[in-house]
Design a binder for this molecule. Structure first.
Ligand code: AKB
Length: 325
């Protein structure tokens, strides 16, 4: 009954910080480089295993290699997997086969291995790229149609449906957030359409003119890395009964176009120069929302972003300047 359920839930709550063992894939990516230290601070360094295909990580793991994945999970015995390994939107259009193998098959391997090995929880980062040209452009709600036009969006939309299926069929606690473009001073993005919103600040601090791959007014939903990391951990730790949307939640921050970032930078540095040279990324961005409605995340599990365009832009310039000084 209810009393027993709440007892079970409070036991789960009491266990969260002490007995969490977390495997993170794709740790060399933009999010992983910031999420791993945050998870280590919370659950203990030894309880967080950072993996990637290559680079400076504790474990080398190709998520498309089922045998290697199973062996790693059997050895480390994670209670949770944050599955960040993915090929992003702009790269995906250039190499769709690899994008599908990593983003869909790799994720499917993670879900199957999680069920086989008794992993309790899986985090799947979805994206605004699941929405296509037929979704409302402004304040796009969770309920908007997901008919994406990039291979990245198509794989992520399938991933959202897979999450709901594994929740229902296997009682696996897969949780999904639909991230906007994420902007942080801590790490460099790679292969995405929203990467420009990080790169513009680095160019400004180096005193270089920025060649922008999107048109001046191409607005997209954006979110501060600090908000994204905090929100993700809060979401994963939220009581199971507060997670009502099996295929994911929009995670909103603010909406901004290249001209908006340029305006913020110009206020601090009147010499900043930007040149617009829209390329294939502008076309990808044109198929995505301009802003997100994240009412459900706010209502169900208390999502609340802290940064807006002005505060994030100031923080970006401050932190990047400090790191090169
Ligand atoms: C990309 O631009 O591909 C990503 C995303 C919005 O999913 N940053």
């Amino acid at each position: 009954g209810a009393a027993r359920d709440s007892l079970v839930n409070s036991e789960v709550g009491a266990r969260t910080s002490s007995r969490q063992r977390v495997l993170v894939t794709g740790c060399n990516g933009q999010i992983g480089q910031v999420l791993v230290p945050a998870l280590r601070a919370r659950y203990g360094a030894d309880n967080v295993l950072d993996s990637d295909l290559r680079g400076n990580v504790s474990a080398t793991l190709d998520v498309t290699d089922v045998a290697a994945l199973m062996a790693m999970i059997q050895k480390f015995q994670p209670t949770q997997i944050y599955h960040l390994a993915a090929v992003l939107s702009a790269t995906g259009e250039k190499d769709p086969v690899r994008a599908w193998q990593v983003n869909l098959n790799g994720y499917f391997n993670i879900l199957e291995a999680a069920v086989a090995c008794g992993v309790k929880q899986v985090f799947f980062p979805s994206t605004i790229a699941v929405y296509g040209p037929d979704a409302p452009r402004e304040a796009t709600p969770d309920s908007a149609p997901t008919r994406p036009t990039t291979i990245y969006g198509i794989a992520k939309a399938a991933g959202e449906n897979l999450a709901a299926w594994y929740r229902k069929k296997h009682d696996l606690d897969v949780r999904v957030l639909r991230y906007p473009g994420i902007i942080g001073w801590e790490s460099a993005p790679g292969g995405g359409t929203t990467d420009y919103a990080v790169e513009i600040f680095h160019a400004a601090v180096r005193g270089e003119a920025f060649k922008c791959p999107l048109g001046p007014d191409r607005a997209l939903p954006m979110l501060a890395m600090q908000d994204a990391i905090r929100g993700t951990i809060e979401f994963m730790e939220a009581a199971p009964e507060t997670i009502l949307q099996a295929s994911g939640y929009n995670l909103g921050g603010f909406s901004a176009a290249p001209a908006d970032f340029a305006g913020e930078i110009l206020r601090a540095n009147p010499d900043f120069r930007i040149e617009y040279a829209p390329d294939h990324r502008d076309a990808i961005a044109a198929s995505w929302p301009e802003g997100l409605d994240d009412t459900s995340a706010r209502r169900d599990w208390g999502w609340q972003p802290q940064y807006d365009l002005a505060t994030l832009s100031a923080a970006m310039l401050g932190h990047i300047s400090a790191s090169v000084a």
